[in-house]
Design a protein around this ligand. Structure first.
Ligand code: SAM
Length: 258
């Protein structure tokens, strides 16, 4: 009669292992392409393996779950961006275009404003600053804004401390003039550092339009990872940031190839 109150023997709760399923990456690749421009469709296998490692570190069991999470969590999204972007750069990489810009800048007769998009860890905008100072520009005669989508890399740029391998193209004389040596690191001097301001911005973000307009824009070695339509879109966005029609944008040699 009182069987109703009888306790059932406790059963061990079985925790079933969550099964990983990393087969479907298409939606995630599409999201990345729409958000940051980088097209991974023809590098699917490489990106799959890379993101699988990322997911495992975060206890995420599928690319669908990762996609849902990055849509909700901005800092996770930023981590994925930082993880996927290629930030390879160094001082005095491709200086011909900088020399051409400097010749034009000398004819302007007013404070020259330059955008470096993307700046990566600062090597390129700081190179422009060093070359302008060497060409006789006073610090008050020019300013450079460096932008990049990667938070980690922008923090590095603001720190302005570099390893030997970033400086392999600089002459000994300029290295000594513009850097202080500390054990294994080179610390950029303030005279160069103060010429550049950094911001973390995606070039496809609306907030890009809040930046001032520029006399010259450098956009090198970013669009190599974009598909054709995205390159055209990026080019038009950058063009809208020029002060005057006909002002110059300098792209990297491989950027405009499809
Ligand atoms: C290879 S580095 C080029 C740096 C420098 N311009 C140079 O030529 O040495 C490419 C940089 O583009 C940045 N990037 C990629 N997509 C971007 C986007 N949508 N907006 C802003 N920066 C982006 C990456 O974070 C990376 O630091």
């Amino acid at each position: 009669m009182f069987g109703f109150f009888r306790r059932e023997p406790k059963r061990e709760k079985k925790v079933l292992p969550i099964e990983e399923d990393f087969s479907n990456i298409e939606q995630l690749i599409l999201y990345i392409k729409n958000e940051i421009g980088i097209d991974f469709f023809n590098k699917k296998d490489i990106i799959k393996n890379k993101l699988k490692l990322f997911c495992r570190k975060k206890n995420i069991y599928s690319f669908e779950e990762l996609l849902d999470s990055v849509k909700k969590d901005f800092s996770l999204k930023q981590e994925v961006i930082d993880y996927l972007t290629v930030n390879e750069t160094y001082f005095f990489r491709e200086t011909k275009q900088i020399e051409t810009m400097i010749k034009k800048a000398k004819t302007l007769g007013f404070k020259v404003e330059i955008l470096c998009a993307p700046s990566s860890s600062g090597d390129e905008p700081y190179t422009i600053a060093i070359m302008m100072l060497e060409a006789g520009f006073k610090p008050a005669d020019f300013h450079i804004v460096g932008i990049d989508i990667s938070e980690t890399i922008i923090n590095k740029a603001m720190l302005a401390t570099y390893r030997e391998r970033n400086l392999h193209k600089i002459s000994k004389e300029l290295k000594e003039k513009y850097f202080l040596k500390d054990d294994k690191q080179y610390i950029l001097k303030d005279i160069v550092k103060n010429q550049v301001t950094f911001r973390r911005i995606n070039i496809f973000d609306k907030s890009l339009q809040n930046l001032r307009k520029f006399d010259f824009i450098f956009s090198r070695n970013m669009m190599i990872y974009f598909d054709y339509e995205t390159k055209i879109k990026a080019k038009n966005i950058l063009r809208s940031l020029l002060k005057r029609e006909g002002d110059s944008i300098y792209f990297g040699h491989a950027d405009m190839l499809n």
